[in-house]
Each structure stands twice: as C-alpha cells, then as structure tokens.
Design a binder for this molecule. Structure first.
Ligand SMILES: Cc1ncc(COP(=O)(O)O)c(C=O)c1O
Length: 426
C-alpha cells in the first residue's frame, strides 16, 4: 500500500494510531542520541592494548629511531608500510600524521589558498573558489570549505557516486571550480562506494582549472559490515595514467579503527603533491607523534592485523544497523512511508522521508527525547531544498537504545507523513 492510495478515513485512523504511539514514547522521559558517527565504548575497548603497547625503555622503532624525539615528518615507516596496501598508496607517497584527517584536509586547502599548489597559477586566496559537494554528503566537509569562504555547489549522487554530467559541466566550464569532495567507500551518509568507472571519469575530466583537486576522503576504506567488500580503486594510478597525477589527495585515519580522539591520520598523493604538502607542513611541525605511530604499528603488526581488527568492529555494529532496518521495515514499510539505505559499511543510514517533513520529524523526535542530526546537515549550508533527508548514526549507543531510538524515529515519520498527506488533501 502506498501513502497516495489511502482513503481519507484510512489516513485519519493511521494518524490517530501514530499519535497515540508517539504520546506513549514522549511520556517515557527518554534521552537517546543518534546524531554523530562515533564508535561505541565497546569498539574503543578493542583498541585498549594500544595504551600499553609502548613501555618505558621500549620506545625505539624497527630502524632504531627513538620515537620520543623530534623528527620524522613523514611518519613512522613501519606504520606507513602497514597502511600502504590497505589504502592503495605506495609507502613513499603515504604520510602518517596526527589524530585527525579532517585537519589534514583543512591544511591542504589552506596551503592552496596561501600558496597555490603544483599546477596553480597562484594562491587561491583573493579569487572566488567554488567547491563541488556531492549530496547527501558530510557536514564537516561543507563546514571546512565554508569556513574558508568557498562557494559550495551541490552535485547529485546515485548508486555509483556523483553525477558526472553535472561535474563535467561545472568543472569543465568554470575555472573557479577548484575541487570536489569524494568519500569513495561507504560514503557518509549514503553508504555508496564510487564505481571505478566514475573514479576514472573524475580523473580523466578536462577541468577548466589546471589545479582542480579531488579530495578523496577514504574515511571508511576498511569499515565493512559484510561481504563482499567494494573493489579497491587505485585512484593515484588512474590519475597518473589519465595525465592528472596531482589531482587526487587521499585522506584516511584510524579514528574509527582504534581510538577516535587519539588515532593516526594519513595523507597520500603523487610524489609532487606529497612533497608540496610535506614542505608546507614542515613550516609548522617538527614531526608527528611517533610514539602513537609505534603503538599502532605494534598493535596491528601487519595489514591482516588491521583487517582482523575491523571484523571485530563489524561484529559489534552490524547488529545495530540490522535493528534499525528491522524497525523501519516493520513500521514504515507497509504504507511505503520512507526509503532508507542498508549500507554494506561505514557509519550511517540515510533515511528519506516524504518531502517537506524531515525537519518536523527531527523536531518531534527531539521532543520525545531522541536527538537526531539536524535535517539539512547532509546538504551545503545545512539546507536540504526538499527537506527530506535524515542521517541516522547507529554505532555509538548500546543495541537496545539504538532499537528504541529507531522505534521513536519511525513513529515520528508516521505522524509527520500522515499529517502531511492529510494537510495536502484538505
Ligand atoms: C567522511 C569523513 N571524513 C572524515 C571524518 C573525520 O575524520 P578524522 O577523525 O580523521 O578527522 C569523518 C568522521 O565522521 C567522516 O565521516
């Protein structure tokens, strides 16, 4: 049954039942939060051996470096060796840095504003800069670009990645379009992994700006919930083969692998771009936290150590995604009230509710004690023109709380959807 085929009487009685369910939840004094994609305490516990992986008197790396001292701007070689095959970046072109990859993205963009980059005719600052933002997308990407004064240009996405016709039209004709955000694997929030075809088209594209840059944020490269895993894409190899070796900048981190606030970030690029990034970084750093790099290298031991560790994460969080799917299927499926993703990895479920109701759903949920990411957060400047997309982050709360929060959200969707269709018909 679809919403449009219901009679006015059916809508009225469903709205009455949904409102009664909502009142019951609202009277419980709940306090649940499914706003941000953070790991749960149980996931963080998995990495606690890190806290004792480096002991007094045992701080030297494999090559004898005393990790407590200054230096080693590129990061500890043995950690870069482990992550090189996992991220598909040759070790010599992979830097290991501080805890946050978002900081590296911001740094790269600031360096471009102040200095330009190989291929630039000059610094970006003082000129208009437009950044393509596939939507739905990651709010902090939009925030970084906005904080630097960039104009954010939404681009539609589908099951293979960004709409390349739109990208080619915008980037091909306008030299102020300087870049695009891409989350290539298990994207935030749609869970989509870009197809090799789209990745290749992005690298081959003839852009009007010679320094058109793809911010390839591989935050969820290893964060699979089930088999099969997306095929890895050799973005640097494709870029080099397409004549645009300096176009992609690869970012990743262990934020959602080990400890979110005390992990290691990675930067990968062409040799020229690595040199450019390292040289500018060197003006403000004598070297990253190599003790933390050593801890991580010892804790994982090998690429397979990382893969095994990520399977333990999946065991903890896959049931939470399944719980949300079960509730939504049961509560929203029969009247076809919404659509939602069933991601094969990453940290989010995207819920698409009837247009014009997302903000109302978020407000109703908040009033019943369930915090959701603000409607619109998945779009540039926080404005979803259809007011239809809600991002659900099920990883952090315990399973029972996730399931309960999903029940509340589904009830709010029911209330908002029946109210909206009743109002349209009135
Ligand atoms: C796509 C994406 N990139 C980057 C980050 C943050 O990464 P980091 O913790 O390394 O700064 C997140 C966190 O949610 C994310 O979803």
């Amino acid at each position: 049954m679809s919403l449009s085929s219901l009679t006015p009487q059916e809508i009225a009685s469903r709205l009455e039942a949904a409102t009664a369910d909502y009142e019951k939840f609202a009277s419980r004094g709940l306090s649940l939060d499914i706003t941000r994609g953070k790991p749960s305490a149980a996931q963080l516990d998995l990495a606690d051996p890190l806290l004792t992986a480096v002991a007094p008197g045992d701080t030297r790396s494999a090559d004898g470096t005393d990790t407590r001292n200054y230096g080693g701007l590129h990061g500890l070689p043995e950690l870069r060796e482990i992550f090189s095959p996992l991220l598909g970046v040759p070790q010599a072109q992979l830097l290991a840095q501080g805890a946050s990859s978002l900081t590296l993205m911001r740094d790269a963009l600031v360096f471009m504003m102040l200095h330009g980059r190989p291929g630039s005719s000059g610094p970006w600052a003082g000129e208009p800069v437009r950044m393509l933002c596939p939507v739905p997308g990651y709010d902090r990407h939009f925030g970084v670009a906005e904080s630097l004064g960039f104009d954010l240009v939404p681009v539609a996405t589908d099951a293979e990645g960004p709409d390349m016709e739109q990208v080619a039209t915008l980037a091909g004709s306008d030299p102020t379009v300087k870049g695009i955000w891409i989350v290539p694997v298990h994207s935030n929030p749609t869970g989509v992994s870009i197809s090799e075809r789209r990745a290749r088209a992005l690298m081959e594209l003839t852009a009007a700006a010679d320094d058109f840059t793809v911010l390839w944020d591989n935050a969820y490269a290893l964060h699979h919930l089930r088999e099969p895993h997306p095929e890895p894409i050799d973005v640097l190899g494709i870029a080099a083969g397409s004549g645009h070796p300096d176009r992609p900048l690869v970012f990743a981190s262990t934020s959602k692998i080990t400890h979110a606030g005390a992990g290691v970030s990675f930067f990968g690029a062409s040799p020229a771009m690595v040199e450019w990034f390292a040289n500018h970084t060197a003006a403000g750093s004598i070297g990253p936290d190599k003790v933390n790099h050593l801890r991580h290298a010892r804790f994982f031991g090998s690429p397979d150590g990382v893969r095994d560790h990520m399977r333990k994460h999946a065991e903890l969080i896959a049931p939470k995604f399944a719980a949300v799917d079960e509730v939504f299927t049961r509560e929203l499926g029969p009247d076809d009230l919404a659509a939602w993703t069933d991601p094969a990895g990453g940290y989010f479920i995207t819920l698409a509710v009837p247009p014009g109701t997302a903000s109302h759903v978020v407000k109703l949920a908040a009033e019943a004690g369930v915090k959701l990411t603000p409607a619109g957060a998945t779009h540039p400047h926080g404005v979803d023109p259809d007011d239809a997309i809600i991002r659900i982050a099920p990883t952090m709360p315990p399973l029972e709380e996730v399931a309960e929060a999903a029940e509340v959200v589904a009830t709010c969707v029911r209330v908002a959807a029946y109210e909206s269709v009743a109002a349209i018909r009135a």
